[in-house]
Design a protein around this ligand. Sequence first.
Ligand code: GLU
Length: 306
Amino acid sequence: MAFVTRFAPSPTGPLHLGHAYSAMLAHDMARAAGGQFLLRIEDIDRQRSKTAWERQLIDDLNWLGVSWDGEPMRQSDRQPAYDQALDRLWQSGYLYPCTCSRKDVEAALSAPQEGAELPVGPDGLIYPGTCRNRMQEERTFPASHPRPRDATLRLEVSLISPKVFQHGIDGPSGGCHACASYRETGIGPDGTSGLIEFTLADIESQVGDFVVARRDMGTSYHLSVVVDDAAQGITHVVRGADLTEATRIHVVLQRLLGLPTPTYHHHRLIRDDHGKRLAKRDDARALAKYRAEGATPQDIRRMVGL
Ligand code: GLU
């Protein structure tokens, strides 16, 4: 069976031990399977991405002995592919422009239940549908107009047809008749691996109308990752368990765009001494720091348990 995986860092800060683990694990899995390991620079966030971070991460990967096949893909070169996917979703009538700020969403969510914790899913606060409802009241049908280029666009989950949604990797009926599914070989939503199934109702209640294009970016992480995984022919996505919940969004987009669903392997997260997940701004754990202190790639492997 073909095995093509990738490491997809965002050049918005230094690589830390968690990135090193992710890159080395995906690389080792590809090499062990006689497959391919690709690199993708996820630089859609133009504000935060810096060429200096990109240079540093390439240098860190070379130092670690992580070698990739072919030229790296760069998301900043991929807008035409994202536009094509967005046009398709727009023309199918799934998308609507949203002018709500985060503050607006918070206000709309907290109005009926002052003081209660706000509902959050893998795309942030679960959108209460303000712009969608307004459009319905005004009877404006956005899909009959050209897609606005400088607007935030959300996907109206309730419009997805069960037939499109259910066409899962094991055919239309796996174990569950109203489910979409994907195969997980690492840490799935309830911590286990196997066939992960979910319903449209789960997406509506636990994710909501998610953002597919941000006004300032012209795309979103979810849309880009799905389009690019397909373009690079990725068969196995190896990444941290912090993205386990986002995978359902990716599977939904794959169904709507007619793209294949890879196998997912969500791995454990590397934590600091206090059990906290490492973050980019956590410079203390930057690989560069260990390198400067004289650590070897073997030391790094040992530190992350490889
Ligand atoms: N660019 C993402 C990150 O640096 C990874 C996305 C993915 O592997 O799907 O966290």
